[in-house]
Design a protein around this ligand. Structure first.
Ligand code: Q9C
Ligand code: ZN
Length: 341
C-alpha cells in the first residue's frame, strides 16, 4: 500500500492544551506522524509519496468561505494584537446568544470553534492545507486504480465541521476526500470513522445527504468528548435519513464488543454499496491511550484492517487520532498490514 506524507505537518505544533483544568503539553504533537512514518518504513509497507497541491477549490466544496478566510488570516490578526503564543478562543455562542461573526479576532476564534482544543499557531494554515492535500492525493491514488491508499494526515480532521474547528481539527480531511471523489464521478461514498471520538464534523457535513453514508464507532456522548453529538438516534435527516449510523460504546469497551460493531458497520457499508470507502482511522481506541477509555490491544488492529479489506471496496485510509505515541506506529500500521494481507 502506498502512503502519502508531507513534512509540513510540523508547521503546526501547539504548545499546550487544557487537560483536567490545567494547561498541559499538547497530546496532538508532530512526533505522532514521525513515529507512524518510521513504522511504515520499518515494515516496508510500500512507496511513500509527497502530496500534490489541489488548491482551495476542494476545501471550499466542504467548508464555508468565511471559515476558510478566518483560518487563513487568524494567526496574523492574533499576532497584530501583540501576542506570540498560540491563539485560543474564550467564549462560545451557546443557547440564547447571537451567532454573528464578530470583527475582533478573539470573537472570531470563538465564533469559528466549538471548543478550546484547536489552537492556531503561525504554521497552522500551511500545515492543515498540507494535511488536506495528503488526503486528496490518497483519494486520487484510489480514484486512479489503487485498491487502497494511506494518507498520513496530521493535523487530524474529523471534529471540524463546515464552519468550525475543535478537537485538534481544522479542515475535515475525510469529508474533503469524500466530496472530491463524488466530484470526480463516484455516485456513493461511505465514510467509516473508527477514531475513539465521535466524528461530529463529518456527520454534520453529510447529515442531510444520501450520497455520502457516515458511520462512526466511538465513546458514548453521555460520557465522552465531544459530548453533544454521536447518539444512536442520529440517523440522518431529510434525504439523508438512514445514511448516518452511530455506534456509541461505553468506557471500558474491548475488542469483543468493538469488533462486533465494526462487523455490523461493514454490513451497513456493503448494503449501501458505495464506489469507495474513506476510513477515518484513529488508534486512540488503544488500551494505553492517555485520553481515551476503550481497551483495544495492538493485535486487534490487524483484525480491523482485515475486516475492512473484506469489503473488497476501493479504500482511502486517513489518519485521525491516537495519542499513545510509543505504540501509535505499531497500531496504525497494523491496520494497514492487516488490510494488505
Ligand atoms: N479529557 C481526535 O482524536 N479533548 N481529537 C478531550 C478528554 C479533546 C480528540 C478531553 C480530544 C480531541 C482527532
Ligand atoms: Zn480521537
Amino acid at each position: 500500500m502506498k502512503t502519502v506524507y508531507s513534512d509540513d505537518h510540523r508547521l503546526h505544533a501547539a504548545k499546550k492544551e487544557l487537560v483536567d483544568g490545567t494547561l498541559m503539553p499538547a497530546h496532538e504533537r508532530p512526533q505522532r506522524a514521525d513515529i507512524i512514518l518510521a513504522r511504515v518504513r520499518e515494515v516496508g509497507l510500500g512507496e511513500i509519496l509527497a502530496p500534490e497541491d489541489f488548491g482551495v477549490a476542494p476545501l471550499a466544496r466542504v467548508h464555508d468561505g468565511r471559515y476558510l478566510a478566518f483560518l487563513e488570516s487568524a494567526w496574523d490578526m492574533w499576532k497584530e494584537t501583540g501576542r506570540e503564543w498560540d491563539a485560543l478562543p474564550l467564549v462560545w455562542p451557546v443557547r440564547g446568544l447571537r451567532a454573528i461573526e464578530p470583527e475582533d479576532i478573539d470573537g472570531k476564534l470563538s465564533y469559528f470553534s466549538f471548543d478550546a482544543g484547536a489552537p492556531i499557531t503561525a504554521g497552522t494554515w500551511p500545515a492543515v492545507r498540507a494535511s488536506a492535500n495528503v488526503a486528496l492525493t490518497a483519494a486520487r491514488l484510489v480514484k486512479d486504480g489503487e485498491r487502497v491508499a494511506f494518507g498520513l494526515c496530521r493535523p487530524p480532521g474529523h471534529h471540524a465541521a463546515a464552519d468550525y474547528c475543535g478537537g485538534y481539527c481544522f479542515l475535515n480531511n475525510a469529508a474533503i476526500a469524500a466530496q472530491w471523489l463524488r466530484d470526480q464521478g463516484a455516485q456513493r461514498i461511505s465514510v467509516l470513522d473508527i477514531d475513539y471520538h465521535h466524528g461530529n464534523g463529518t456527520q454534520s457535513i453529510f447529515y442531510e445527504r444520501a450520497d455520502v453514508q457516515f458511520l462512526s464507532l466511538h465513546g458514548d456522548p453521555r460520557q465522552e468528548y465531544p459530548y453533544f453529538l454521536g447518539y444512536a438516534d442520529e440517523i440522518g435527516a431529510g434525504r439523508g435519513e438512514g445514511y448516518n449510523v452511530n455506534y456509541p460504546m461505553e468506557w471500558g469497551t474491548a475488542y469483543d464488543a468493538w469488533g462486533q460493531a465494526l462487523k455490523d458497520a461493514c454490513h451497513e457499508v456493503a448494503s449501501y454499496a458505495p464506489d469507495a470507502v474513506v476510513v477515518s482511522l484513529g488508534v486512540d481506541t488503544f488500551e494505553k491511550d492517555p485520553i481515551s477509555q476503550f481497551k483495544l490491544k495492538s493485535p486487534d488492529y490487524l483484525d480491523i484492517g482485515k475486516t475492512m479489506a473484506g469489503l473488497g471496496l476501493p479504500t482511502v485510509i486517513l489518519m485521525e487520532g491516537g495519542y499513545a505515541v510509543d505504540e501509535i506506529g505499531i497500531n496504525a500500521v497494523n491496520v494497514l498490514t492487516g488490510f494488505d494481507d
